[in-house]
Design a protein around this ligand. Sequence first.
Ligand code: JUH
Length: 274
Amino acid sequence: QPSPDQQPVNAPGLTCRLLCVLPSLLSSDCLTANIVKSHRETCQYRVEELQALRWKVFSREEVLAYQSKSVEEMWQRCAYRLTDSIQYVVEFAKRIDGFLELSQNDQIVLLKGGSLEVVLVRMCRSFNPDNGTVFFEGKYGGTEVFKSLGCNDLIASIFEFSQSLCALHLSEQEVALFTAVVLLNPERAWLQDKEKVARLHSHVDVAFKNTLQRSHRDTMLSKLSQKTLQLKSLCLLHIDRLRSFLELRPLLAHSLFPPLYHELFTDGPDAPLE
Ligand SMILES: CCS(=O)(=O)c1ccc([C@@H](NC(=O)Cc2ccccc2)C(=O)Nc2ccc(C(O)(C(F)(F)F)C(F)(F)F)cc2)cc1
C-alpha cells in the first residue's frame, strides 16, 4: 500500500469536477468574449483616441462663448450628444448574447432604465482626472463650460462620479463587463419576464467575477457596487433636472430634443425603439 503522499491523486474525481465546472467556465469565457467584442465595436471613441485628445483644452474665449449661450441651446447640445452616445449603447445591448432573446418590452425597459447609466460609466473614459476636464464637442473642458445649463450641482456630481470611477483604473474589459451588468438589471420596474433577465444578469455577473478574480481585482466588486448606487441617484437627478427644464418649455421638448432622448427620458407615449 503506497504511503499517502505517493498515492495517485484521485484522478476520476478531479476529472469529473473539472468537467462539471468546465462548461460554465467555457460559457462564461464565451460570454466575456462576446461582451468585450460588443463593447469594442460600439464604444464610440476608443480610449487611445480620447487620451490622444487630452491636450486639446478649450481656451478662455471658447469657455466664455459656451457660458454666453442660452440655457436652451446648452441643453440641446448636451441632449444631442447624450442621444448620440445612447444610440451606441442600444447597439451594444443588441450584440450581447441573449439580449435580443428577451421580449421587446423588456429590451426597452432595460434600455430606458439603464442606457444613461451606461453612458455615464463609458463617459469616464473621456474624463481627464489630472485637470478635471471632459471631452465635449471636440475639446476638453471643465465644469465651467456647462455653466449656462443652470444645474451646476448635477454637473459637479457627474464630474465627481467620473473622477471617482477613473480612480478605479478600469480596463476596457472591465468597463465592458461592468456596463453589461448595469444594463441587464433584473430589478428594473415593469419587466415582464424578470426571471429571464435575472438568469442573463447572473451569467454576466459570474463572467465579470471570474475575470476580476483572474486578474486579482476582486476588491473591485465592493467598490463597483457602491458606484452602481451613485450611478442610480446621478441618473435620477439628471432626468429630474431634464423634466423640470422641459416642464417650463412644453413646446420646446418636441422640437429641441432628438426623438430617442424624448422617449427614454420623458413619460410621453412609449414608442418602441427603432
Ligand atoms: C460615452 C462614450 S465615449 O467615451 O466614447 C464619448 C465621450 C465623449 C463624447 C463627446 N462627444 C462629442 O462631444 C462629439 C463631438 C466631437 C467633436 C465636435 C462636436 C461633437 C460627448 O458627447 N461629451 C459629453 C460630455 C458631457 C456631457 C454631459 O451632458 C454629461 F452630463 F453627460 F456629462 C454634460 F452635462 F457634461 F454636458 C455630454 C456629452 C462622446 C463619446
